[in-house]
Ligand binder design. Structure first.
Ligand SMILES: Nc1ncnc2c1ncn2[C@@H]1O[C@H](COP(=O)(O)OP(=O)(O)OP(=O)(O)O)[C@@H](O)[C@H]1O
Ligand SMILES: [Mg+2]
Length: 258
């Protein structure tokens, strides 16, 4: 069986259009996002990467002027169907932002807050175990196990980002969206997050935005190049970087614009 045939589509995006009022920001995006793979979204500032990412967990619903058509099908169900509630979508599709944004609470509470709130665990041993497991999976446990009651904000930027990843995986999502997750971090913290992404893709489907071409080449299985709200080219990462089919893609990855 070839490498391609083994891949399952986890998120199937079809003819997705988005408008901010009169501004047509996404034009007919069709792209399969594969399970247990990392897909990188690249392209110049303002091309619609964050907008696209937010469509996948219906975060754009929070913006009143937004109008969307097309479909985002996760496991056979369009998340924009009328009978789907967006809170359940956001639970299945978690998000990590550019600036680490821990809650003004303890490290423990940052991780346990959502699972307790949604009733996934009760306070006590099960919750303690979930917090430990999430922090371990986020590669942070050894650094924080003796200070779980310290504020999340007392950690370094790179640690805070791993705390945010622990918080995201504590609710057991299926898909993790990351919007420039390392752009506020130093090279060592960046390396840790990249290693973590490669570990996490064994369990989750990851879609990440990056302005760092080396990062896309290092971590992503697939890469999608956006320009002016259009998906110009999508392929295995190696093909995008070594043998792109579109001249625009080549110009962008070789630094000729953007
Ligand atoms: N909340 C919003 N309200 C109105 N317009 C918006 C909003 N967010 C984004 N836009 C517009 O949508 C287009 C795409 O923006 P988006 O933030 O998705 O780009 P991006 O590729 O993520 O850029 P960057 O690399 O700078 O983060 C831009 O024209 C932007 O001005
Ligand atoms: Mg953005």
């Amino acid at each position: 069986m070839s490498k391609k045939e083994k891949n399952n589509i986890k998120v199937d995006v079809n003819e997705l259009n988005l408008w901010y009022g009169e501004n047509h920001a996404l034009h007919g995006i069709t792209v399969p996002l594969y399970e247990n793979k990392i897909t990188a979204l690249i392209g110049p500032s303002g091309c619609g990467k964050s907008t696209f990412l937010r469509c996948l967990n219906r975060m754009n619903d929070l913006i009143s002027i937004v109008k969307i058509d097309g479909s985002v099908v996760i496991d056979m169900k369009n998340v924009y169907d009328k009978d789907v509630d967006e809170v359940s979508v956001r639970k299945r599709v978690g998000m990590v932002f550019q600036q680490p944004n821990p809650f003004p609470k303890s490290i423990y509470d940052n991780v346990s807050y959502a699972p307790l709130k949604h009733g996934h665990v009760k306070k006590g041993k099960a919750c303690d175990e979930l917090v430990e497991k999430s922090l371990r999976d986020a590669g942070l446990w050894e650094e924080v196990k003796d200070k779980l009651n310290d504020p999340g904000t007392s950690l370094s930027g790179g640690q805070q980002q791993r705390l945010c990843i622990a918080r995201t995986i504590a609710v057991k999502p299926e898909v993790i969206l990351m919007d420039e997750p390392t752009s506020a971090l130093d090279p060592i913290s960046t390396e840790k997050i990249e290693a973590l992404m490669l570990e996490l893709k064994k369990k989750y489907t990851i879609i990440t935005v990056t302005h760092n071409m080396q990062q896309a080449a290092r971590v992503a299985d697939y890469t999608a190049f956006f320009h002016l709200g259009k998906l110009i080219e999508y392929d295995e990462t190696e093909t995008i970087f070594v043998n792109p089919k579109q001249k625009k893609t080549e110009d962008y990855i070789t630094g000729r614009f953007g």
